[in-house]
Write a protein that binds this ligand. Structure first.
Ligand SMILES: [Zn+2]
Length: 258
């Protein structure tokens, strides 16, 4: 990593009025949460077909299988800690240099690093929360997993007996409407849109940088590998998120002339 693109990125954050950060799996891999799509990850051992909306909604057996897999996968998220990238993004917020963070991640690590809930727009949901699809009652994921640990095979709402579902978007499920329209609006209003740790292959989330760019934002991509949007980006930083984001904080103050 050379310093030059980082210095440019720092200068962009220093002068932007509405800087938006858009994060993907690459921001959380350094916290030990594997990318869904990378080979050898935890999720590789499970059939994605078992994790679809249709299977979950379709039968109690589908939900039993979902929670069986969840009992093995969720502890990875529960036990993860925010890394230097999450902390740097929270620092940008504290310094008044961030409009919001739109994230494809469901691990709650942006909030645990210190970003307030209303500064995080979760387009794929949040794995640490669950709710009843019938009455809307909210539960923490830990609470639901305590029921599973007690031998309940398929959690049901204690109030109404309805289906309890994690607050994440399953394969084949529609995007959460409120979060998605907020993400689109913030992307269009941004004057700086910084993609961090996303290979931009999952749609519709991958449309957001295009929306931002079309509306006039400066587009920056911070990612370890190339993306199909690199040619439209104003700055490309080829680096780990946990390396690039803390480094840019050193460049937030414009250099003073003596
Ligand atoms: Zn209920």
């Amino acid at each position: 990593m050379t310093d030059e693109p980082i210095a440019r990125l720092g200068a962009l954050f220093a002068s932007a009025r509405r800087p938006v950060v858009f994060t993907g799996a690459g921001v959380s891999t350094e916290s030990g949460i594997p990318d869904f799509r990378s080979p050898g990850g935890v999720w590789d051992r499970y059939d994605p077909g078992a994790l679809t909306w249709q299977r979950f909604i379709g039968s109690a057996e589908g939900r039993r299988r979902y929670w069986e897999i969840g009992r093995q996968v969720y502890p990875v998220i529960r036990d993860a800690k925010p890394n230097a990238a999450h902390v740097a993004i929270a620092t940008l917020w504290t310094l008044g240099r961030l409009d919001c963070c739109i994230t494809q991640n469901v691990d709650n690590l942006h909030q645990r690093a210190g970003l307030p809930d209303d500064a995080v727009i979760e387009v794929h949901g949040n794995a640490t929360r669950a709710r009843c699809l019938a009455c809307g009652a909210a539960f923490s994921r830990d609470e639901v997993h305590a029921w599973l640990d007690d031998g309940v095979p398929v959690p049901e709402c204690p109030a109404c007996g309805g289906v309890v579902k994690p607050h994440t978007i399953l394969f084949g499920e529609a995007m959460p409407r409120a979060a998605w329209s907020e993400a689109e609006a913030r992307a269009r209003a941004a004057d700086l849109f910084v993609v961090v740790g996303s290979s931009l292959v999952v749609y519709p989330a991958a449309y957001l940088p295009a929306h931002a760019k079309a509306a006039g934002a400066t587009l920056v991509i911070v990612n370890m590998t190339s993306t199909s949007f690199d040619h439209t980006a104003d700055v490309v930083v080829r680096a780990r998120a946990g390396e690039a984001l803390p480094a840019l904080l050193d460049h937030l103050t414009p250099a003073r002339t003596p």
